[in-house]
Design a protein around this ligand. Structure first.
Ligand SMILES: Nc1ncnc2c1ncn2[C@@H]1O[C@H](COP(=O)(O)OP(=O)(O)OP(=O)(O)O)[C@@H](O)[C@H]1O
Ligand SMILES: [Mg+2]
Length: 219
């Protein structure tokens, strides 16, 4: 499959269909036994993976925050690797934290263990997008959130993504349609459907019908 620069693609499919594996192929966490991954037309095998990961935001369920660092320092990880000056880092972090509704004055000095699961998840999102990555890989990023916060963060995420290329794994068809412009359906390691989000529910494929029936799509 090809993903254009700036495109947002959701990977959906049953548990075990191969969504996470496909996502991890993109930044080299999984190496393909056959075939090839190209980023900007360059095979991953010839790409500097450290440089690639610095311009890739990675959001996983459970946030993956560094437990011994404050919220501020967690979010500052990539800006510091990129050697932003401290003023720019502070300004950007204050802005991003405001948009996830966790003002830096209140939450910046806290440690991950003193945050709720949903708050940790939000910090994970802030950390991933703070340095305007060109690629955003998201594996069920809003899975642990209550429905209202989830909805708010989907909107915040859309506003914060700027022009990143997004691959977004989710079980939630409504979320896939809200966040992404294209939906790819996996089944047993294969792509069985690939369509614009708005056209996804109209397909006659049995597995699509099952996904649509299980989701409560807004009419
Ligand atoms: N390193 C590995 N070695 C062998 N098999 C693996 C490996 N990683 C994943 N698998 C298998 O590949 C299949 C796809 O796994 P994957 O994690 O991609 O599924 P998924 O679509 O993300 O599922 P879920 O929705 O449950 O997260 C599963 O059957 C899994 O057991
Ligand atoms: Mg998975």
């Amino acid at each position: 499959m090809k993903i254009a620069a700036g495109e947002s693609v959701a990977f959906v499919g049953r548990s075990g269909a191969g969504k996470t594996t496909a996502l991890r192929l993109v930044n080299g966490l999984v190496v393909p036994t056959r075939g090839e991954v190209l980023i900007d037309d360059v095979p991953l095998a010839r790409t500097d993976l450290v440089a690639l990961r610095r311009r890739t935001g990675y959001i996983i369920q459970g946030s993956g925050l560094f437990p011994h660092q404050t919220v501020f320092d967690n979010i500052a990880t990539i800006p510091r690797l990129l050697e932003w000056d401290e003023g720019r880092t502070r300004e950007r972090i204050a802005d991003v934290m405001m948009r996830i509704a966790m003002p830096v004055e209140k939450f910046g000095a806290r440690y991950p263990r003193s945050l709720s699961g949903g708050e940790q998840q939000r910090v994970g999102i802030a950390r991933a997008i703070v340095a305007n990555p060109s690629i955003l890989l998201c594996d069920e990023p809003f899975g642990a959130l209550d429905p209202i916060v989830r909805r708010e963060l989907q909107d915040a995420f859309r506003a914060l993504r700027s022009d990143a290329t997004i691959v977004f794994v989710t079980h939630d068809l409504v979320e896939a349609m809200r966040v992404c412009e294209r939906i790819v359906l996996f089944d047993q390691g294969r792509i069985v459907s690939d369509s614009p989000s708005s056209a996804f529910p109209n397909q006659s494929l049995q597995l699509v019908r099952e996904f649509v029936a299980a989701a409560s799509l807004p009419s």
